[in-house]
Design a protein around this ligand. Structure first.
Ligand code: NAD
Ligand code: GLY
Length: 356
């Protein structure tokens, strides 16, 4: 793994820098001091990440002159809900954070999404910084300013757009990830390859991601940064980033959030590739290549939930407008397009890709 720190600028409002490399948690205090005067920093993290990294982050922030408090919630998607969000907001108020203070999201996508939403809501908006500790958060969720919690009706249904002030991605954190959580991140990175970059996709076909994760993270972040700069609020092009997510979110919901996001997205990606090929929407055969790549990286390509069950769960999806829903179709590896279909056709589209 290279020792150098790569940086990618994201030209949104506010603009910010994504830094990627080894040792960034140890130096996060000094990095934040370059962005802001000493203030009160509330670190939001989960019960798995806290014993691993909270001490390092708190010490670094304190050494740089910040006052630090921390809130630890129980790890897992089932806690990405109103109760946890409310508890975080009450904590911020008890700690008397003001508008010149800052939140730090230390963890995976669940922490980043929920801490980001707390930052958007508390005092009508305060700054936050992302310290992603999973591969998924590094390649995707820490960048772009989408924040959310799940509702009983579905995934990510309450949220806000708020860009972070900085993203510090310490690649050393990847060494403590269980293999299945690492694979969740591979699913989003493979999605990025299918969307825009056949060479990136090819890096995964031998399962060699672990050799140079910083390079994969940088390529995924650079692509996402460009999309987000052109379409920050997901009016058009950003919807492409939802490849595999309509089915993926439906699987998460059907499983009562016991199937992790990355695994569900992998199945969604595989099913959309098979559907697109069988419905003759692709320019060349792609499903076998995408499925082989997912399997090679420890990811599933099928589900026990029926096409009808998935279509019912997906009908509450954010990507629905009136009686239509926009899905993302892979045309070939590296090229995808948006397709608006009637919600009533969703079962048929999913059914076409259901059989392996
Ligand atoms: P997660 O945050 O639940 O992390 C997965 C597990 O890994 C958790 O148990 C966590 O405690 C643990 N963990 C985290 N870092 C660790 C480390 N370094 N070592 C050991 N264990 C560690 O899940 P995730 O896969 O990171 O993120 C999934 C979430 O991200 C979903 O809620 C999804 O909706 C969201 N997401 C958001 C966006 C966005 O743009 N905002 C994009 C993609 C996904
Ligand atoms: N992960 C989808 C997005 O950020 O738009």
């Amino acid at each position: 793994m290279s020792n150098s720190i790569q940086t990618i600028e994201v030209h949104t409002s506010p603009a910010y820098t994504v830094s990627i490399g080894s040792g960034l948690l140890r130096t996060c205090g000094a990095q934040l001091r370059q962005l802001m005067a000493p203030c009160h920093v509330a670190v939001i993290t989960d019960s798995t990440v806290a014993p691993l990294y909270l001490g390092t982050v708190s010490a670094s922030l304190q050494n740089a002159g910040f006052a630090v408090s921390s809130y630890v919630f129980p790890a897992g998607e089932s806690h990405k809900n109103f109760d946890t969000l409310a508890a975080i907001l009450e904590f911020l108020a008890e700690e008397r954070l003001t508008r010149t203070d800052c939140l730090v999201a230390l963890g995976g996508g669940v922490t980043g999404d929920m801490a980001g939403l707390a930052a958007a809501l508390y005092l009508r908006g305060i700054r936050y910084v992302q310290l992603p500790t999973t591969l998924l958060a590094a390649v995707d969720s820490s960048v772009g300013g989408k924040t959310a919690i799940d509702l009983h009706a579905g995934k990510n249904l309450a949220g806000a757009f708020l860009q972070p002030s900085a993203v510090l991605c310490d690649t050393d954190c990847l060494t403590t990830l269980p293999a299945s959580v690492f694979a969740d991140g591979a699913a989003e990175a493979i999605k990025t390859g299918v969307l825009c970059d056949e060479a990136l996709f090819s890096l995964f076909k031998d399962g060699t991601l672990t050799a140079d994760p910083a390079e994969v993270i940088a390529r995924c972040v650079a692509y996402k940064a460009g999309v987000v700069e052109r379409d920050e609020k997901e009016q058009n092009e950003r919807r492409l980033l939802n490849l595999g997510h309509t089915i993926g979110h439906a699987i998460e919901k059907c499983s009562n959030y016991t199937i992790p996001h990355g695994h569900a997205v992998a199945v969604g990606l595989a099913m959309m590739a098979r559907s697109a090929e069988r419905l003759e929407w692709t320019e060349e055969p792609i499903a076998a290549r995408i499925c082989a790549c997912l399997v090679k990286n420890g990811l599933p390509i099928s589900t026990e939930y029926t096409a009808a069950e998935l279509a019912r769960a997906a009908s509450a999806d954010k990507k629905r407008t009136g009686d239509d829903i926009t899905i993302v179709i892979p045309r070939k590896i590296g090229v995808c397009e948006l397709k608006r279909i009637p919600v009533s056709d969703l079962t048929q589209v999913i059914a076409a890709g259901w059989e392996v």
